[in-house]
Design a protein around this ligand. Structure first.
Ligand SMILES: [Zn+2]
Length: 134
């Protein structure tokens, strides 16, 4: 059984790899390399798999799961600059791919009922990534 909680946050980022020159970065990241930075309204879907607890009828209480997501992730990234304001993203180029991996590392140990099995991160309405762990 898989249950999913869906939440949103807004954050600014700039995609830029300092190991390469301006032209490489412009070609790779286009608008997301804008030095002024820009933001996205991200949507994250966190899925937990496990057995249904016969006493509660639930895999994990979704209210509790959302509290964990807020405490571990959203309180740290919402309305922040992902390049500079979030210690656990230090040194990470904040692409949706890298964010999903970093979010997995923070969330996985915090989920104590069932197991984290998938993170879907929507950067825009049209662009999203799916991460299922290593
Ligand atoms: Zn962007």
């Amino acid at each position: 059984m898989i249950v999913t909680a869906k939440l949103g946050f807004s954050a600014a980022h700039r995609l830029h790899n300092p190991n390469f020159d301006a032209e490489w970065n412009r070609q790779k990241y286009d608008k997301c390399d804008n030095a002024g930075g820009h933001g996205h309204n991200y949507v994250i879907e966190v899925s937990v798999s496990g057995d249904i607890d016969p006493q509660t009828g639930m895999v994990i209480d979704l209210t509790k799961l959302k509290d964990i997501i807020r405490r571990e992730l959203l309180d740290h990234v919402d309305h922040r600059n992902l390049n500079s304001d979030v210690p656990f993203l230090g040194g990470v180029i904040p692409t949706a791919e890298n964010l999903a991996v970093s979010f997995w590392k923070r969330l996985s140990p915090a989920i104590d009922e069932g197991a984290l099995c998938q993170i879907v991160l929507h950067e825009t309405e049209k662009n999203s990534v799916v991460y299922r762990g290593e």
